[in-house]
Design a protein around this ligand. Structure first.
Ligand code: ZN
Length: 743
């Protein structure tokens, strides 16, 4: 890849973007030598928990599950979520996976995919669907494949085609996008190959104290009568769908729960699957006994839901500089503004918070899984439409209609949230513009039209994205609305981040339509968030009036939710009446190609090393002795991980244990392991280091260990550039149960 320079248009682009970068900095929103030992240690799920009283249905579903690595190059590329351009990747905390689940009733087939990424973009979806078409013809299509992101804010950016998202990603970054596309397609391939007759069960329960509303003031603006029907201002439901073979042996599960993937905060630089990914991780480790992370047949997907106003940072917001309470309405602090009004918890640091939140979801889901006895029976349906969301007429009541708007973001968008605030003097809850920023906007981007301003009122417009089309449209217009049903279970694919009350209204509307027909009288509706295309947030009309971050980020205007309710009602009614195949397809979204897909990330340069050293050489050695609970650390001379190419299914590091009997080393951890942290630290003048930490778990065996690091370095000799693999190995260290006393 190279930076596209040399035209005055791009110079203008860069100048414009540079200023926008300033505005947006702070907006919240291989070798590789694969070790043979231990990598294919698969074991069957030992737990048989299906109650013997439930007989299989007459003709069972065909089901398949699959998981594949979708981790891209963990260096230089911005992380997707906090939209902070200097929060670039520097290593791996945990790997990212796509998990696919296929169900076929002999007549129809549906696929549900949940991937450890910030959100599914339209670009990603179109690329995946094109790949699936090449491989499978018309078997997997836009109507029967749902793609959802877990909303981790520590996945890689760079897989978007609309200008605003390209700006926060430093462009469309092919190696990042390709890793996700290939990982998703591979997860479908594996699920497709594994299909066999099986059974599905569902179960649901409540998980308290694992989430907190981060815009309670907006929520309170919803009608009192409506709020009165609920005891909490976030949804606490965990819904589990259990997959077994005909013998009752577990194959996999999907869990849906509404909470933001922001336990890892803006200071993190390592690629991480955050709390939901950790729930998947421990559920799979629990079922695939003896397997390394990412290995083994059992697949556990933990999907996002209506998490728009839901934070995992359950200690709540506080002014981190003074310890005072933040302003309730605007989430700002007397000294330091919005930037220092932050939420954290429940752990002592972000790693512990991720672990606690993830473990709580896992424990609840595991319990629901083991007790699931409501078997799903009945046909499968899939309904999908492409909708031009800038032009939907909404029936408000018997006499009044309203319309959706061209996309625009309000001033409070730049304030960020209490999970990560903006750098500038924006605050949440702004219903009036700011002459300073409006002036900058007008001179750079042009003022929004009166029509757009009126349509979005009371939102003061900061980014008039719907009227900005250079070099490509800044926001999408055509949006996927989609739902699938498996027997009584309906999965609604939400094209963005829906707030708690918005999600409740959608669920209620869909349920009502489905229940109007006898075959769906026991309908259960779940929402899969961040699905198919990203359109920021979706609040209720009442929450929109408050214009906190979520309202300011509801891009199609105050009637966005009402439009979705109308559209999803239409899909549900069509399914209930068995005529979903006759729904109008709608306008097909564009797939942009060529130079307008800009890339502002410079190619990774040659690697340099300290004199008299070699790549992979140890700079800071391990200690000779450790005890359980200690942290082992070793630092190597490193190359840029971007030189390692496609890193999927490989590892940059291993922790290896020596076996005396066989005189061989066994890999006990990789860079996918929770216990390991692979830090890549970029120094000056193309020098870089890798520091590998192993946080020794209390369950570790005593014995002799070593840590290895694998990578590639790039060098130039004359006119020739080469990329060469290297590896490094630490000294051997011993782990014992008791503390070593040094004398
Ligand atoms: Zn979000």
């Amino acid at each position: 890849m190279s930076v596209k320079r040399g035209s005055c248009r791009l110079t203008r682009l860069e100048a414009t973007l540079a200023v926008l970068f300033i505005i947006m900095t702070g907006v919240s929103v291989g070798l590789i030598a694969v070790m043979a030992t231990g990598w294919n240690d698969r074991s069957k799920d030992p737990e048989v928990t299906v109650p013997p009283s439930a007989p299989p249905q007459e003709s069972p579903y065909l089901i398949g599950v699959g998981r594949a690595d979708c981790t891209g190059p963990p260096a230089d590329i911005p992380l997707m979520g906090y939209a902070t351009l200097d929060q670039t990747a520097g290593g791996i905390h945990t790997r990212l996976y796509s998990r696919a689940f296929i169900v076929d009733d002999g007549r129809k087939r549906v696929v549900f995919i949940t991937a450890d990424i910030g959100m599914v973009s339209q670009r990603l979806r179109l690329e995946v669907l094109n790949e699936l078409k090449v491989k499978y013809g018309s078997l997997y299509r836009q109507d029967n494949v749902v793609m959802s992101g877990t909303h981790t804010h520590s996945g890689l950016a760079g897989y978007f085609q609309y200008t605003l998202f390209m700006i926060t990603s430093k462009g469309y970054i092919k190696p990042s996008a390709q890793a996700i596309v290939n990982g998703i397609v591979k997860s479908v391939d594996i699920a497709h190959r594994n299909m066999k007759p099986g059974r599905l069960f569902m179960n649901k329960g409540e998980l308290e104290e694992n989430s907190r509303n981060r815009s309670p003031h907006s929520y309170l603006n919803n009608p009192e009568e409506e709020r009165g029907r609920y005891t909490t201002n976030t949804d606490k439901q965990v819904m589990v769908l259990k997959f077994t073979d005909l013998d009752g042996d577990g194959m996999g599960m999907i869990s849906w729960f509404a909470v933001h993937g922001v336990s890892m905060n803006m200071t993190n630089r390592m690629v991480s699957s955050d709390n939901m990914g950790y729930a998947s991780y421990i559920m799979e480790q629990d079922k695939n006994i003896g397997s390394l992370p990412g290995e083994g047949p059992f697949v556990a997907g933990f999907s996002s839901s209506n998490l728009g106003d839901v934070s995992p940072n359950i200690r709540g917001p506080i002014c981190v500089n003074t310890g005072e309470a933040c302003d309730y309405l605007n989430s700002s602090c007397p000294v330091g503004g919005t930037k220092v009004c932050l939420s954290a918890g429940p752990g002592g640091d972000m790693f512990e918070s991720t672990r606690i939140i993830g473990e709580n979801i896992y424990k609840k889901a595991k319990d629901l899984y083991s007790k699931a006895d409501q078997e799903l029976r009945g046909f499968i349906h899939a309904a999908h439409q492409w909708v031009n969301m800038t032009d939907v007429t909404v029936q408000i009541n018997a006499t009044h209609t309203a319309r959706t708007c061209k996309p625009a973001l309000g001033h409070s968008f730049a304030a960020g949230t209490t999970d990560g605030g903006g750098d500038l003097n924006f605050t949440q809850g702004a219903v009036e513009g700011d002459p300073f920023w409006d002036g900058i906007r007008d001179s750079l981007l042009g003022p929004p039209s009166n029509e757009t301003q009126d349509c979005h009122w009371p939102k003061p417009i900061l980014f008039n994205t719907g009227e900005m089309n250079w070099p490509l449209p800044w926001h999408p217009q055509i949006v996927d609305v989609q739902m699938i049903t498996i027997g009584p279970l309906a999965v609604v694919a939400i094209p963005g981040e829906m707030t708690t009350m918005s999600g409740r209204r959608i669920r209620e509307a869909v349920k009502q339509e489905l229940q109007s027909q006898g075959s769906f009288k026991d309908a259960e509706v779940v929402l899969a968030g961040l699905s198919n295309i990203y359109t920021h947030y979706i609040t209720t009309y009442e929450e929109y009036q408050i214009q906190r971050y979520e309202g300011a980020s509801t891009i199609f205007g105050p009637h966005t939710l009402s439009a979705y309710v109308q559209k999803f009602r239409g899909l549900a009614r069509a399914i209930a009446e068995g005529r979903e195949e006759n729904l109008p397809v709608g306008p097909e979204p564009p797939l942009f190609t060529g130079s307008p897909l800009f890339n502002l990330l410079p190619a990774a340069g040659v690697d340099r090393k300290p004199v008299n050293t070699s790549f992979g050489e140890v700079l800071e050695q391990v200690n000779p002795f450790y005890t359980l609970g200690d942290i082992v650390s070793v630092t190597f001379v490193a190359g840029n991980p971007r030189h390692s190419g496609d890193i999927r299914d490989k590892t940059f590091i291993t922790v290896e244990k020596f076996h005396n009997k066989t005189s061989s080393w066994e890999v006990v951890h990789t860079d996918a392991s929770w216990e390991t942290r692979f830090y890549w630290l970029k120094g000056a003048d193309q020098h870089s280091n890798t520091t590998v930490e192993w946080h020794i778990p209390r369950s570790a065996q005593t014995g002799s260990y070593r840590i290895r690091h694998f990578g590639h370095f790039k060098e130039r000799k004359g006119f020739i550039t080469t990329i060469t693999p290297y590896e490094g190995t630490s000294d051997i260290f011993r782990i014992s149960q008791k503390t070593w006393w040094y004398v």
